[in-house]
Write a protein that binds this ligand. Structure first.
Ligand code: SF4
Ligand code: SF4
Length: 364
């Protein structure tokens, strides 16, 4: 973890730990991060994505521009908002929404890169601040699931890799043209059987496009429903389905190469969640011990689904932000119940594989 990452982690911990240890009612300070799902829709067809399966059902159900602006206005101003989806750039009003959010918030964006082009690139860079702690877009994460045909195979759209790469390079050029270092660029990949042999190539790709981060996402098999539909209040008691993965030896080899390269490259290579190499391998072998883990995340982070419901991680509806103020939902009874249960349990069976989980065992 780099210097800024460590600082952020410290802020994260102190914001979570005080109420976690001292406030038994489940109350929390205002959140540091909110993931805002601005659409149900996506232009890609990733094999592992449940949004794809339900695309037809939700196609016409995105919130309007004014509804999303109302929700954004209710999010506390110190909170970093991550625009996500679906694919945020599928919305025609995305620049208007980003502009609106940037007036009072720091903003992060996650995209598959295919529709992130031309005036959208220029617009995002124009909104970027000069410094990380100022308002506006500070980070763009682009999902790249392998090199060339591997990526196209995973996302099930031919030509997606070339388009995403072209747009990433245009984005970097536009930052130079406007004399900006922000938004930073994060190349993000979920490690699967399809791309595990290309992890080192993804580090090369990050170098080639001069990105700031190369993030390897550990696969998550939880059916937390991503805010699309509500789940039962005790859904987290059920362990997620096992990971289907066969290339364990390749994974070990690639991690070993990457651990060496970490010290050589000028950008940050990170795993999400942050785990020691031995735990990453155990996760892919379905062999982790859940008692080695804990979580403070619902004290600092929440999600807003595409219909405006606030939820902690599992899609337990804590209130719709078109109807409630942020505080009413964030510190309402449902959210506080969830925090209280987590505090008592330390971790839930359903947390296995969550990208927010925190390892508290020995580092091997
Ligand atoms: S890019 Fe993201 S939202 Fe779109 S299909 Fe793939 S995983 Fe789903
Ligand atoms: S690890 Fe934390 S954030 Fe993840 S599902 Fe469990 S309680 Fe939620």
């Amino acid at each position: 973890m780099g210097y800024l990452g460590k600082l952020y982690h410290l802020i994260d911990l102190s914001t979570a730990l005080i109420p976690y240890h001292f406030i038994k009612s489940g109350w929390a300070f205002t959140p540091l991060r909110i993931a805002l799902m601005v659409t149900h829709r996506c232009n890609l067809r990733c094999a592992m994505c449940m949004i794809v399966e339900r695309d037809a059902e939700f196609r016409d159900k995105d919130l309007s521009t004014s509804e999303l602006k109302l929700i954004i206005s209710r999010i506390p101003s110190r909170t970093l908002i991550t625009f996500t989806g679906g694919e945020p750039f599928i919305r025609k009003d995305i620049l208007e929404l980003l502009d609106y959010a940037s007036q009072d918030h720091r903003v992060n964006l996650i995209t598959n890169g295919v529709l992130f082009q031309d005036e959208k690139i220029t617009g995002v860079v124009s909104l970027a601040p000069k410094h990380l702690f100022q308002k506006g877009p500070i980070l763009v994460g682009v999902s790249i699931q392998g090199i060339g045909e591997t990526h196209d195979h995973v996302v099930r759209v031919k030509g997606a890799f070339e388009k995403a790469k072209t747009h990433v390079l245009q984005f970097q050029e536009e930052k130079k043209r406007q004399g900006k270092t922000l938004p930073l660029l994060d190349i993000k990949s979920v490690i699967t059987d399809e791309n595990v042999g290309q992890m080192n190539d993804l580090v090369d790709f990050t170098k080639e496009v001069n990105a700031d981060f190369c993030t390897f996402q550990i696969i998550n098999t939880q059916d937390s429903s991503y805010g699309i539909t509500d789940v039962a209040e005790d859904a987290y008691l059920t362990p997620p389905p096992p990971v289907r993965f066969s290339n364990i030896e390749t994974l070990k080899q690639q991690i070993a190469i990457i651990e060496k390269r970490r010290r050589e490259v000028t950008f940050e290579i990170r795993f999400n969640p942050i785990l020691p190499p031995g735990e990453i391998v155990k996760r892919y072998r379905n062999a982790i011990n859940i008692d080695d883990y804990g979580c403070f995340v619902p004290w600092t982070t929440a999600h807003i689904g595409p219909s405006g419901n606030l939820f902690p991680c599992y899609s337990i509806n804590c209130g719709n932000l078109l109807e409630k103020t942020f505080e009413e939902a964030w510190n309402g009874q449902t959210f506080r119940n969830f925090r209280q249960r987590l505090r008592e349990a330390k971790i839930f069976p359903g947390c296995e594989g969550c990208c927010f989980i925190s390892y508290r065992g020995k580092h091997t």
